[in-house]
Design a protein around this ligand. Structure first.
Ligand SMILES: O=C(O)Cc1cc(O)ccc1O
Ligand SMILES: [Fe+2]
Length: 435
């Protein structure tokens, strides 16, 4: 039987959790001697001086401090890339990819990362990297942390067991998990799964937060109580372990003689979390027209210009379509913001075919897109009865910065080179005599 995990509820609460009673100091963070002979260590996710509303830090009480490690050595990049690319390749062409093939050879999460596109600049903490992971091996002797950004993980195939310094998270299709910058973790397959594939947004910028709700009111969209943060759990094991770090666009490795998952207790508001997208309270029109997709924002990463996100994480969940006298699928459009999309399951209402679960599409700044020709014909004639769109869950990483696809993604066999043809059937219906 898979062991079920305990979580603490709330978005970015000031949590307290201990795996041994009394391991957390009371009334202070750094006692002269910590209970059980533990070391106290602070991890910050913001500048010390960030405004209180955005100040992120946790205190960890661990068997050995993180600094008990060897020198870092370069490990190469594998199939990962980081912005800015040495040969920038931003391209106004609409692009689409089939699902990335699953590996045949033994591959763990780190080796199974492939960067599809990047934007902004990791060094100036703007933009993001978009990766697809595909792997079939558990990380056992290897651990990972990312100094370049936080990782929003969107599983598509298989369920993940994310073993982190802060405790364990399980996340599968229809759920997301976020591992903040710097937190050490290991990725394994959840019991009963032998392969996993999914998407990652590596957010170089300000950490994801819940969007403001404006006139929606105090409730709605992703509600804070539905976010789940793990409870402390630790292992006290010795051995030959490797800690892989992504730092400044390269992978590095340092050797450890113990597991870094040795945090017995922690408190603070900087911690990993998961969220089940089925808990999203979807709000949409009950009158006419197709609202802009910002109404479906789950999480947002602010840029330094108010209202222009570094990245919005948006979903297109199951929902009732009731709009009257309306072309119901997404409209034709050209946007300032650039859009990377993936499909978690089912079908997407703008694309009759070709956009598959595990696949991806990219529509960069001002590149025109919208419903394909088949969808346009069908939706223009459809009976406008209330209709429940059940089997669908797509998502979008939407950013103010244009995405640069990587060389690997551009030359991949699984790229659909004829994507633009989906709009070729859109013929003129114009007649000055017809109103
Ligand atoms: O391009 C897309 O499919 C995403 C999208 C969906 C929508 O409902 C309206 C605008 C938009 O960019
Ligand atoms: Fe769009």
């Amino acid at each position: 039987m898979p062991q079920s995990l305990d979580y603490q509820s709330g978005f970015r609460n000031h949590f307290t959790t201990e795996a041994l009673p009394g391991a957390l100091p009371e009334g202070q963070n750094s006692p002269q001697q910590v209970a059980y002979g533990l070391y106290a260590e602070q991890l910050t996710g913001s500048a010390f001086t960030a405004p209180r509303s955005h100040n992120l830090r946790s205190w960890l009480y661990r068997i050995r401090p993180s600094v008990a490690q060897s020198a870092y050595l370069p490990l190469g990049e594998g199939s990962t890339a980081t912005a800015p690319l040495s040969k920038p390749a931003a391209d106004p062409n609409q692009m689409r990819w089939d699902p990335r093939p699953l590996p045949d050879a033994p591959t763990d999460f780190i080796d199974g990362l492939l960067t599809v596109a990047v934007n902004g600049d990791a060094g100036t903490q703007t933009g993001c990297g978009v990766h697809v992971y595909a792997f079939n091996q558990n990380m056992t002797e290897r651990f990972f942390y990312n100094a370049d950004g936080e990782m929003l993980i969107v599983p598509q195939l298989g369920s993940l067991r994310l073993r982190t310094e802060f405790g364990e998270i399980e996340a599968g299709n229809g759920e997301i998990a976020v591992i903040p910058r710097g937190i050490k973790f290991q990725v394994r397959l959840a019991e009963g799964h032998d392969t996993a594939r999914g998407y990652i947004c590596e957010n170089y910028g300000s950490p994801f937060e819940l969007p403001g709700l404006g006139p929606i009111g105090a409730n709605g969209l992703a509600n804070p109580r539905d976010f789940q943060t793990p409870v402390a759990t630790y292992e006290d094991i010795s051995g030959d372990f490797a800690l892989v770090a992504k730092f400044s666009g390269r992978l590095w490795v340092t050797q450890l003689d113990h597991s870094p998952l040795d945090v017995v207790a922690w408190h603070g508001n900087y911690a990993p979390y998961k969220y089940n997208l089925a808990n999203f309270n979807t709000i949409n029109t009950v009158s006419f027209d197709h609202p802009d997709p910002s109404i479906f924002t789950v999480l947002t990463s602010a840029s330094d210009t108010e209202g222009m996100a570094n990245i919005d994480f948006v979903i297109f969940p199951p929902r009732w379509m009731v709009a009257e006298k309306t072309f119901r699928p997404p409209y034709f459009h050209r946007n300032l913001m650039s859009e990377f999309m993936g499909l978690i399951h089912g079908e997407y209402d703008a694309k009759a075919e070709g956009f598959l679960p595990g696949g991806a599409s990219l529509h960069n700044c001002m590149s025109p897109h919208g419903p394909d020709a088949n969808t346009f014909e069908k939706a223009s004639e459809a009976e406008l009865e209330p209709q429940y769109q059940a089997a669908t869950l797509a998502f979008m990483f939407e950013s103010r910065y244009a995405f640069q696809p990587t060389e690997t993604a551009l030359s991949a066999d699984f790229r659909q080179r004829d994507y633009v043809d989906v709009w070729q059937g859109l013929k003129s219906h114009f007649s000055p005599d017809k109103r």
